[in-house]
Design a protein around this ligand. Structure first.
Ligand SMILES: Cc1ncc(COP(=O)(O)O)c(C=O)c1O
Length: 458
């Protein structure tokens, strides 16, 4: 079908907000490997996970077989405040590039938290409240996840304690204040409030922290405080499940106009937005109904898919969290200090890791200066100021569109635009002042980190 008369924005009605999440594991022949108990190195069941996570979320985490899981009405009502999110035809970008490719992006930045993270934050806060808990703890890096969880917790009237990576806490005071405005307490990590924080501070004086440290602290506080559980903004199967609203809506909008994407692109930090976007398409691919080229984009300075090992590893630095089998750079890996583009986590979603390992998707890494170049090119024609994380996907979408310009192919490209970058202006400033550089870890650095991977005999 000709795609010349597609509207700039394809909207769905409120009624078309998904009523169920789609669990791609149900269609995977090779299921993602189970989480392991850090003390015994044995697979964890429902009871093992109860001290850390909410009951209903554990059920979702462990469910490899139910294809569709109902979205509770209260969550759908919350989704209605900002969903369905628009699917935009990037006519202006296509014109600027002079490409015959048709480019679409699913924009998840149209809520106050500024990113897709709210899709899972509201779910996790909801189940905590349902269970009668007082509150939740979490970590945040750049602050998008912490902001989303603060908003969701405020809406539902539960407490929210955020451990924020110290360097971001200091460099992003406004992000911190947004979370406090929504009623969350925000502590720079590593702190002196937790055993693990004190240990990390003693071993690495002056450390500016990492996501892995902040996770350890948040888990410790959740397990030691009555009425609290820990919630995570990415990586876990349950988070990827919640994020499938992105892909389900995108597919429904494209289906309205009989459009089938050739290429689907998403940035990959812990894998939740990418997993959510691709899930319904991947389901068709797994069932042999259709084929798509699916590409994960990650930073060259934190290349878990493209240079990591597929192995069991700790999800946190303090080694208190369950272990996951995933593409990982090692739980001690910390991206170079000059890295400003986000997506800094050392590991990757076990679901996406298994799919990548089995050849169902590709991965590429891109350098941050080229990411910010793409971000600015996009902002100037499409108007949206993208988050650096999202701009990894923009980079790849532009590259694919330029390939089409060379070959004359009219491919249809769909990418995930996960959020806005208004709190990332220090990074943009560095780029604009010509002070941003690229750093690619050496093989020796990665080998050093791989040497710390736990030995698991399963
Ligand atoms: C705007 C934005 N996009 C993407 C990501 C990457 O996370 P994930 O891979 O879980 O989608 C983040 C995570 O911090 C983010 O804030």
């Amino acid at each position: 079908m000709s795609q010349n008369n597609i509207p700039y924005k394809i909207y769905l009605s409120e009624d078309e907000i998904p009523k169920q999440w789609y669990n791609v594991r149900a269609d995977m022949k090779n299921k993602p490997a189970p989480l392991l108990n850090p003390a015994t190195m044995q697979p964890m069941g429902f009871d093992d996970l109860r001290p850390v996570f909410c009951d209903e979320l554990i059920k979702q985490e462990l469910d490899d077989t139910t294809a569709y899981i109902d979205i509770p009405d209260e969550i759908r009502s919350f989704y209605k405040m900002y969903r369905p999110s628009p699917l935009v035809r990037a006519y202006c970008l296509e014109k600027a590039l002079g490409t015959p490719a048709k480019i679409y992006y699913k924009f998840e930045g149209n809520n106050t938290s500024g990113s897709h993270k709210l899709n899972s934050a509201i779910v996790q806060a909801y189940y905590a409240k349902q269970q009668g808990l007082k509150g939740v703890t979490t970590e945040t890096g750049a602050g998008q996840w912490g902001t989303a969880l603060s908003m969701a917790s405020a809406y539902l009237g539960i407490d929210c304690k955020v451990y924020m990576v110290k360097v971001s806490y200091e460099q992003k005071p406004f992000r911190r204040e947004v979370m406090r405005t929504y009623g969350a307490s925000v502590t720079p990590s590593p702190s002196m409030d937790t055993e693990i924080g004190r240990k990390i501070n003693a071993e690495h004086p002056g450390t500016t922290g990492s996501l892995g440290c902040a996770i350890s602290e948040a888990v410790e506080v959740a397990t030691k405080t009555e009425g609290y559980r820990y919630v995570l903004g990415s990586v876990l199967n349950q988070v990827l499940l919640h994020q499938t609203v992105i892909g389900l809506e995108a597919k429904a909008a494209l289906d309205k106009y009989d459009i089938t994407p050739d290429i689907i692109i998403g940035c990959a930090g812990g894998g939740s937005n990418l997993g959510g976007l691709i899930s319904p398409f991947m389901g068709e691919k797994l069932r042999g109904e259709k084929d798509y080229q699916i590409i994960a984009i990650e930073p060259a300075s934190c290349p878990s898919f493209t240079r990591g090992k597929f192995a069991y590893d700790f999800c946190d630095t303090g080694m208190v969290c369950p272990l996951a089998k995933m593409y990982t750079l090692g739980s001690n890996f910390i991206p170079s200090a000059n890295h400003a583009g986000g997506l800094r986590y050392h590991g990757m979603s076990p679901i996406l890791s298994q799919l990548y390992h089995d050849g169902y998707m590709e991965a590429r890494s891109v350098e941050q200066t080229s990411v910010f170049e793409a971000a600015e090119q996009f902002a100037r024609v499409e108007g949206i100021l993208p988050a650096p994380e999202s701009s990894h996907a923009i980079r790849a979408a532009i590259d694919e569109a330029l390939k089409c310009k060379e070959t004359g192919e009219e491919k249809t490209i769909l990418f995930g635009l996960t959020g806005t970058g208004y709190f990332d202006m220090v990074a943009y400033q560095k780029f604009n002042d010509g002070e941003m550089s690229d750093y690619i870890p050496t093989d020796e650095e990665l080998e050093k980190s791989f040497a710390t991977l736990p030995k698991v005999n399963l």
